[in-house]
Design a protein around this ligand. Structure first.
Ligand code: SF4
Ligand code: SF4
Length: 398
């Protein structure tokens, strides 16, 4: 969007404030500048030249998690996400310079886990007492994030179906999830193979570009989009499947993408379940955290509800972001921790021993918080639980 288009879009906001109770950053800070209405007013002020761009103003804009809860609540259908992405794109050179560099480095490292893995390797040569001196919360968060990065595995180009073939799908690996969520990707392959789907993994696929788009770098985001169009565009597949809902939501917004893309749970929910593929009963409570980027009806509940005896429960206040949106997990650790604390308090009073979430950054954020709080709760992607409950089928090799 051009600055003029952004200004036009922001003028659609009638300042009714109906979005405020839905905004997680407003809930924590109780500051109009950290609400959707306040941020829209700041955007209008900057674009119309009535407000000077200051580090404080950018701090309000940067704290937005991009959860889009305000969009869902807005009766005037203001496209808030376009506004916040747009203002970040036209003002990337403004705001506090140290903060800008922190965000740039975090973006590079988070979206290129290979770099983070090299950094983590070098950190191992630092004596422990030096590591313990690292006080900065953002750096600590980045290191914590890096500890979840596993060695890359060699993906096969094709994973054949077990039994009669019903079709072929392509799997999107994701820049972070192929290192931090390999178990979920392998589970997706196994479940799909068991249901008769051949799974192909195009080697030239890249990051989806979402992190760059939301951090104000649409040029880089467009390059990733073009690369993925090349990698997936001509494939004779029924669908492209994603396991990280943040990537999935962004790929769905690609312009003129020739193949339909689905979150793996959404896709499986639409497929007939063959009678010979049986699921083991799971007589326990499983709690579901709905990622902001996957709010499609009751997809996960319907899919996992096929497991006999399972008691699926929604985490209370599920419509409120857990704080891990975008790169905020690293760049806004205080906000991320405050939002997670309320969720952990709810988990503490539940009987659940498994928490499900479909987004990579939510999973990392919850897992770290649960570990720190000493709770006995395992964090899984829904597809991992489904795979675990499969009876009598062969594993594909990873
Ligand atoms: S609900 Fe929509 S119109 Fe009302 S203040 Fe929020 S963004 Fe503006
Ligand atoms: S996207 Fe989320 S954090 Fe940002 S203003 Fe809207 S509700 Fe608040």
């Amino acid at each position: 969007m051009t600055p003029e288009q952004l200004l036009q879009e922001s003028d659609l906001c009638v300042k009714c404030g109906l979005c405020l109770p839905h905004c997680p950053t407003y809930r924590i800070r109780q500051d109009e500048g950290d609400s959707p209405r306040g941020r829209i007013a700041l955007i209008q002020g900057v674009l119309s030249g009535q407000l000077v761009s200051t580090p404080q103003l950018h701090a309000h804009l940067n704290r937005c998690l991009g959860c889009r809860a305000c969009e869902r609540a807005c009766p005037s259908a203001v496209k808030y996400s376009k506004l916040i992405d747009g203002i970040r794109a036209v003002s990337t050179q403004q705001g506090d310079s140290i903060e800008r560099w922190v965000r740039k480095i975090a973006l590079k490292l988070v979206s290129k886990p290979q770099l983070l893995a090299i950094g983590m390797g070098l950190l191992q040569y630092l004596p422990l007492h030096h590591l313990q001196k690292i006080r900065g919360r953002k750096l600590q968060r980045l290191i914590g994030f890096g500890l979840n990065i596993h060695r890359s595995i060699v993906w096969q180009a094709t994973y054949p179906p077990i039994g009669e073939k019903v079709g072929r799908v392509a799997l999107f690996l994701g820049c972070i999830s192929q290192f931090s969520d390999q178990a979920a990707l392998l589970s997706a392959i196994r479940v799909l193979n068991c249901l008769g789907w051949e799974v192909v993994i195009p080697p030239k696929q890249s990051c989806c570009g979402a992190l760059y788009q939301h951090a104000g770098d649409p040029v880089a985001a467009d390059k990733f989009q073009a690369q993925n169009k090349m990698a997936f565009g001509d494939l004779p597949v029924a669908a492209i499947l994603t396991i990280a809902s943040g990537c999935g939501a962004h790929i769905k917004e690609y312009e003129n993408f020739p193949v339909a893309s689905y979150d793996v749970s959404d896709f499986l929910n639409q497929q007939p379940w063959p009678a010979q593929v049986r699921l083991k009963p799971l007589p326990q409570q499983v709690i579901v955290h709905d990622a902001c980027s996957l709010r499609t009806a009751d997809t996960v509940y319907q899919l996992l509800g096929q497991i006999p005896e399972v008691e699926l429960t929604s985490l209370p206040e599920n419509s409120l972001c857990c704080g891990a949106g975008g790169i905020n997990l690293v760049t806004e650790p205080q906000m991320a921790d405050a939002l997670l604390a309320a969720k952990l308090a709810r988990l503490q009073t539940s009987k659940a021993t498994i928490l499900l979430t479909s987004n990579t950054s939510c999973a990392l954020h919850f897992a770290a918080g649960i570990r720190k709080a000493g709770l006995n709760i395992e964090v899984l992607h829904p597809i991992q639980l489904l795979e675990r409950q499969l009876l009598d089928n062969d594993h594909p090799t990873g």
